[in-house]
Design a protein around this ligand. Sequence first.
Ligand code: SIN
Length: 290
Amino acid sequence: MDYQNIDVKPVSGALGAEIFGVDLSRPLDNRTFSEIRQAFDENIVIFFRDQNITPQQHLDFGARFGAFDIHPFAAGLPGHPEVMPVIKEADDIVAGFGSAWHSDVTFYERPPLGSILYALETPTHGGDTLFANMCLAYDALSDGLKAMLDGMTAIHSAADTYGKNSYAAQRNAAGSRSMKIRTGDDAEATMEHPVIRTIPETGRRALFVNATYTKHFKGWTKQESLPLLEYLWNHAIRPEFTCRFAWRAGSIAFWDNRCTLHHAINDYDGQRREMHRVTVIGERPYFAAA
Ligand code: SIN
């Protein structure tokens, strides 16, 4: 389909495109929605500028893509539990939410299709977000390593992020008041996912491991898994697989969580940053043998 209602301008050689010609505070006609969906599938992360949307308009846009996830550990907005504030206060003493390479909540049975992040307040400089294309990361592996990883399973868990002795527990103990994040025993649960997953819309394969939630390979010990996982985590974020987005108030990023990693850069101590995130549930990850 040719783009008729929107303009799509890639921002890097790896992934990411800026979308022009859309006002997300207004209902989208079907043609414009289909073009945005195509731009999302083709570019893996899409960006909008100069938007001015309410939480309800944010949800109305997200609802075109599927049902919502409510984050199990981070609180949503009063009256809009599906809209999760992502805030770092100017005087906070701990790193901002999401400031490590990850895909969102891959400890779920059905991790998100994508997250739609809207900037309300941004630092004068800093606070950019990095994205990495996990389809390119898969494509660049050797045939030998692909053959080994295709069909393998990995174990994901939120234990180190939201469990009793986790990063979130340390944030709370340090008195961080930027976000309400709970910890709990339910974070210790584990989930199996294919190491390589197929993206239904494009048929492409994506590397589906991340340093935040992937703990080990199924049937392998943690010690056996770690060297290969570390190789894959480092491989996935090679500069030529990435793009970087500099936020302004009114900017939106919508990433395909099935085939990207992202990292919110924590380089703006002393300044406030406030975003709203809406997360759309995806399909159960699967690997389709050729
Ligand atoms: C997130 O990981 O959802 C937050 C990303 C960001 O704040 O840039």
